[in-house]
Design a protein around this ligand. Structure first.
Ligand code: NAP
Length: 316
């Protein structure tokens, strides 16, 4: 079994990757401040604040069989490349790297944003990808789509299982044909671990098969909806007029996207599927996301969605 380094490991995707690598019998080291939570059982945490130059010095000169990096900062990426040697390197990027977020069906050869040292998330990921590829031409670049499931604190997917489980009249966007594409954090992590073991290289749009907002909401409702749930479709124009935002954030209806952005959830993910990314049914993600919601408790501040008062006003 191999020596794995996960740069991260205390939350969501990188935690799931570290847990998956431990489960496969690898010796796993994680690097984080530890403020987001513990590393998985069986992994070792090296405490480091990567905003402090030299924070990775404890690892200097070490060689790992596989390194997985999730950084959103180019200096972090450069420092890890300089400090740690690896037989296989995975960089988790994003579908936000693309210049055209509107057109469905694009693949990894589509034009990218101009790389930037700092600022825009997607542009920094482009620059980070370039740095990783320059050092490791055979690296695996995982351009993740919308990651869902247990451990997600953004509420972009979790809002819907929580809302539908509460029942009653639930406002949904009247946009059933809107393209949508998601990936369960557990499936993405399992693929990243498997790919690291196989030495898979190349660049992939990593998300599930193309589907629609209507199909996803139907699947969530069927999986976890309360018996008295009544979805109330509201036209996008009426939602906009009422100040409801798409996609994420306060006073929003998550997963709903304007036509200018549906390309980010309608990418060609067939190459990732052919390379082994297996995606579970939406119903399973919905059940796990609901369990996560319930573990967090009903009264926590939410990152996305409508609160009951806002929704009641819209229904009226
Ligand atoms: N969520 C999505 O839908 C989505 C979509 C596309 C792509 N992605 C990509 O997927 C990856 C998600 O990674 P993730 O789930 O592991 O979450 P993340 O929010 O990117 O956090 C990753 C790790 O960074 C650590 N960290 C934060 N600040 C730090 C610091 N100053 N020094 C050292 N470590 C620090 C955190 O640990 P501590 O706080 O404990 O230090 C955590 O373990 C990212 O690459 C993201 O860009 C996400």
């Amino acid at each position: 079994m191999g020596r794995w380094l996960v740069l991260g490991g205390t939350r969501f995707l990188s935690h799931a990757v570290a847990a998956g690598a431990v489960a496969c019998g690898h010796e796993v080291t994680c690097v984080a401040r530890g403020s987001s939570g513990p590393v998985p059982d069986g992994a070792t945490l090296v405490v480091a604040d990567r905003d402090v130059p030299g924070s990775l010095d404890a690892l200097r000169g070490q060689r790992f069989d596989a390194v997985v990096e999730v950084a959103r900062s180019l200096p972090w990426v450069r420092e890890a490349l300089a400090v740690v040697d690896a037989a296989h390197r995975t960089f988790v990027s994003t579908v936000s790297v693309y210049a055209d977020p509107a057109t469905p069906g694009q693949g990894v050869d589509a034009p990218l944003l101009a790389p930037r040292e700092d600022g825009d998330y997607g542009a920094v990921k482009v620059a980070s990808e370039e740095a990783v590829r320059a050092a490791h031409p055979d690296a695996l670049i995982v351009r993740a789509g919308l990651i869902c499931g247990p451990g997600d604190l953004s509420d972009r997917f979790g809002y819907w299982p929580a809302r539908f489980a509460r029942g009653g009249r639930a406002v949904i966007p009247d946009a059933p044909d809107q393209p949508l594409q998601i990936v369960d954090v557990r499936d993405l992590a399992a693929w990243i671990v498997d790919a690291g073991e196989r030495g898979l290289g190349g660049t992939f749009d990593a998300s599930g098969p193309r589907t629609t907002l209507g199909a996803v909401l139907d699947a969530i409702a069927a999986a976890v909806g309360a018996p008295d749930l009544v979805p109330v479709p509201v036209a996008p124009a009426a939602l906009e007029a009422a100040g409801v935002a798409p996609w994420a954030g306060p006073r929003s209806l998550p997963l709903w996207l304007p036509a200018t952005h549906v390309g980010i959830v309608a990418r060609d993910t067939a190459p990732a599927a052919a390379a082994g990314l297996v995606c579970r049914p939406v119903a399973e993600t919905a059940r796990a996301a609901l369990a996560h919601e319930r573990a967090l408790g009903p009264d926590r501040p939410r990152q996305a969605g409508l609160d009951p008062a806002e929704e009641a006003t819209l229904v009226r």
